[in-house]
Design a protein around this ligand. Structure first.
Ligand code: VGL
Ligand code: ZN
Length: 199
């Protein structure tokens, strides 16, 4: 079983969004085009309460993109984004969401961030996605979406650790920082993940 995992294709990460990833919109037509090649498609949705501690706005005197210690973990402070129930948190209406079997929501706990679709950043709580995929008989997992150097990257690392044959679809992802993405790709390869391009 070959599955496609679509990370955070939400309005706030796209053009005009509060945490827009440069050229993020370019991945959507690619994703729409490749979906039919997979046996199963799942997605994640960043889904924060307004008081989430990854938001700079919830730390007096702190600036966006500053790094702080949050309960023992390094945390980048982000602009408010993907607040539960807002338009910014919705999947893009340009995305063909019909083939998506299930959506895993993450980042719900205000005290810890969750980049990966599998676990929070402290690896404390599981979203249940690994078990779901295993129950479906998935062995190969292809990952696409946003952002390449954060949520896609950490999802790929967890997918590898969970034992899936893991592929990052490089032309169906875009990064917040290109240096960050170069380092991410090196680490993925080092951990026996595979970088592919489709079309
Ligand atoms: C993401 C930063 C904060 C992502 C989510 O989807 O990559 N990045 N929350
Ligand atoms: Zn977030």
């Amino acid at each position: 079983m070959k599955a496609l995992l679509l990370i955070d294709l939400q309005n706030d990460f796209l053009e005009g969004g509060s945490l827009a990833v440069p050229k993020g919109n370019e991945v959507i037509p690619i994703v729409n085009q490749i979906q039919s090649r997979f046996d199963l498609i799942v997605a994640t949705q960043d889904w924060h309460p307004a008081n989430h501690k990854s938001f700079a706005s919830n730390h007096k005197g702190r600036m966006v993109f500053e790094k702080i210690d949050l309960n023992g973990l390094e945390q980048v402070l982000w602009p408010d984004h993907c607040i539960q129930g807002t338009v910014g948190a919705e999947l893009s209406d340009q995305l063909d969401a019909r083939p998506i079997e299930v959506i895993f929501r993450k980042g719900v706990d205000p005290d810890i961030d969750s980049y990966s679709g599998f676990y929070d950043n402290g690896h404390r709580r599981s979203t249940g996605m690994a078990g779901y995929l295993r129950d479906k008989g998935v062995t190969a997992l292809y990952v696409a979406g946003l952002a390449a150097d954060y949520c896609v990257y950490y999802s790929v690392l967890d997918a590898i650790a969970e034992g899936f044959d893991t592929y990052l679809i490089e032309n169906a992802t875009r990064a917040i920082s290109d240096e960050g993405f170069q380092l991410a790709k090196k680490e993925i390869i080092k951990r026996s993940g595979t970088i592919v391009s489709v079309l």
